[in-house]
Design a protein around this ligand. Structure first.
Ligand SMILES: [Zn+2]
Length: 465
C-alpha cells in the first residue's frame, strides 16, 4: 500500500509537532474501526486481528520503526505514548470479538476481573472527553446498537454462555452497562456546566470600559425655520396643511390666474412627469401631464375648493424649478404659503399680519416696508422688505448700502382666483404670501450659499445644533 502513512517517516508525512502525531493516530483508529466493522460483516474479523495485533503487524513494527525515525526525542516520545493508546484501543475492540472460551470466560472466576478491565478502559476514555463531540463519539463506540462494544459483548459472550456462567456473565454485563449509562450521563452534565461557565466568562461585561459615544443629531436649520414660522402663525390662529408635490398644470397655473402662454410661466419652468406615469396617476389615458409644483400656492386653490371662508392656512413644503444649482438657485427649495380669506379682510389686516410676523421672526426692532410688485394671483401685489438685520438699516455689503433687504412676496388675493373656487368675490376678501424658507434662514444666520443647506457637511450643520 504505497499510500499507507505507516510506511513513511514523519518528515515524509510533513508532520513536525505533537498535534500532527495525534492526528495520525486518530486516523489509524478510524481506519481500524472501519476495517473491523467490514471484516465482522464478512464473517472474518480474524484477518484484522492478524494485521493489527500479530507480530510484524503495522502496529507492532511499522509505526514504531517509521514514525520514530529521524524525529526529535519529544516527538518520538509522543509517538510511543500514542502507540500505547492505539494498542489499548485495538486490544479492547478485538478482545470483545473473541468467543467466550477464547476470552477464558467459561471460568466464572475470570468474569469479574475481565469486566473490571473493560470498565477501566471505559473510564479512561470518558475522562478524555472534553466536549460534546468527544462524548458522543465515546457513547457511540460503547453503546451503538449495531457495532458498539456492549452489543459485541452481549452477542459474543452473554448469549452463548453455558448455564454454569450465564448468571455471572449476565450480572457483570448489566453492572457494566449500568455503569456506562450513568457515567455518560454525569459526564455530559459536567461538560454542559463547564461550557456554560466558559460562555459566561467570555460574555462577562467589563464595566470599566469606556462607553460608546454616539453623536446626537440636531434639527436642520431649514427645519428650525419651518418650525419657528409655523409657531408664529399657529399663534395667530392659522392651521398647517400640506399639499401634493406632484401637481396638475391646472392647480399650479390656471386656477392661480396664470393661463397658458402667460409670461409668468417663463420663470416657473419646471419638471414634467413623462407618460404613462402621469396618465396613470390621473387615472385615464390622454390626461394632462403632471408636473412638480413650482410654488406652494396650488394648495390655496385646493384648500378653498374644500371649505368656505373663513380660511387661515399656511402650507409648508418643497417646490421645484428648472434652475441650475448655484449660490442663490436650486432645482428644489422650500416655501411656506400663507392664505387668509374672510369677510372684511382689508389691506390693514394684511400689513398688520406681515409686520407682526417679521418682528417675531427677525426681532422687535426690525421695521418693514411694502414695495409695489406683480404676481398673477394677487392684486395689489407687494414685495415685503425689512430693515437690514446686519447693519440695522445703516447700510452694509449685504443690503448693498440701502439699509433694506427683500424678504418675500405677498398681496391681496386677486378676485379672479375666487372665480375658480366658487367664492363670492363681492363678499370675501383676503391676502396671501409666499415665504422662501432658504431666504429667511439665510438672512437670520447670514449664510451666503444656498447649496450649503443640502451638502450635509456636519461642520456647517453643527453650528445650528
Ligand atoms: Zn445692511
Amino acid at each position: 500500500m504505497t499510500n499507507d502513512p505507516t510506511a513513511k517517516t514523519l518528515a515524509e508525512l510533513g508532520v513536525s509537532d505533537a498535534a500532527g502525531v495525534a492526528r495520525l493516530f486518530d486516523d489509524l483508529k478510524v481506519r481500524f474501526r472501519v476495517e473491523l466493522a467490514r471484516a465482522a460483516d464478512e464473517g472474518d474479523w480474524r484477518a484484522v486481528l492478524r494485521d493489527w495485533q500479530g507480530p510484524g503487524s503495522a502496529l507492532r513494527s511499522r509505526v514504531i520503526a517509521n514514525w520514530t525515525r529521524g524525529g526529535s526525542d519529544t516527538l518520538c516520545d509522543r509517538v510511543r505514548r500514542e502507540n500505547e493508546g492505539l494498542i489499548g484501543f485495538v486490544n479492547l475492540r478485538l478482545g470483545v470479538m473473541l468467543s467466550l472460551e477464547e476470552a477464558g470466560l467459561n471460568n466464572a472466576e475470570v468474569v469479574g476481573p475481565r469486566f473490571a478491565t473493560l470498565e477501566n478502559s471505559f473510564d479512561r476514555e470518558i475522562e478524555d472527553c472534553n466536549d460534546e463531540a468527544d462524548l458522543n463519539r465515546t457513547k457511540l463506540a460503547w453503546t451503538s446498537r449495531n457495532s458498539g462494544l456492549l452489543t459485541r459483548i452481549s452477542s459474543n459472550w452473554l448469549r452463548p454462555a453455558p448455564p454454569g456462567v450465564k448468571r455471572t456473565v449476565g450480572q457483570a454485563f448489566n453492572r457494566l452497562k449500568g455503569h456506562i449509562e450513568q457515567a455518560l450521563e454525569s459526564r455530559r452534565a459536567e461538560i454542559e456546566v463547564a461550557a456554560e461557565q466558559t460562555a459566561l466568562t467570555r460574555e462577562r461585561k467589563d464595566l470599566s470600559l469606556p462607553g460608546v459615544v454616539r453623536p446626537l443629531g440636531s434639527r436642520h436649520p431649514l427645519r428650525q425655520t419651518f418650525e419657528e414660522i409655523e409657531r408664529i402663525f399657529l399663534s395667530l390662529g392659522y392651521s398647517v396643511v400640506a399639499g401634493p408635490e406632484m401637481e396638475t398644470p391646472y392647480y399650479n397655473f390656471e386656477a392661480l390666474n396664470i393661463p397658458e402662454h402667460h409670461p409668468a410661466r417663463d420663470n416657473m419652468d419646471t419638471f414634467y412627469m413623462a407618460a404613462p406615469f402621469a396618465q396613470g396617476a390621473q387615472g385615464k389615458p390622454g390626461a394632462a401631464p403632471l408636473l412638480l409644483r413650482t410654488h406652494t400656492s396650488p394648495m390655496q386653490v385646493r384648500a378653498m375648493e374644500k371649505q368656505q371662508p373663513p380660511v387661515r392656512i399656511i402650507v409648508p413644503g418643497k417646490v421645484y424649478r428648472r434652475d441650475n444649482p448655484d449660490a442663490t438657485h436650486g432645482f428644489m427649495f422650500h416655501q411656506i404659503e400663507g392664505l387668509a380669506v374672510d369677510t372684511d379682510i382689508t389691506f390693514c389686516d394684511f400689513k398688520g399680519t406681515v409686520e407682526y410676523f417679521v418682528r417675531e421672526f427677525l426681532g422687535p426692532g426690525v421695521k418693514t416696508r411694502l414695495r409695489p410688485s406683480y404676481f398673477p394671483f394677487t392684486e395689489p401685489s407687494v414685495e415685503v422688505d425689512a430693515t437690514c438685520v446686519f447693519c440695522g438699516g445703516k447700510g452694509c455689503n449685504v443690503c448693498k448700502q440701502s439699509g433694506w433687504i427683500e424678504l418675500f412676496g405677498a398681496g391681496m388675493v386677486d378676485p379672479a382666483v375666487y372665480g375658480f373656487v366658487n367664492y363670492d368675490a363681492a363678499r370675501y376678501s383676503g391676502f396671501a404670501f409666499g415665504l422662501g424658507v432658504e431666504r429667511l434662514t439665510q438672512l437670520k444666520y447670514n449664510i451666503n450659499d444656498l447649496q450649503l443647506y443640502f451638502q450635509n457637511d456636519v461642520r456647517f450643520l453643527r453650528q445650528f445644533a
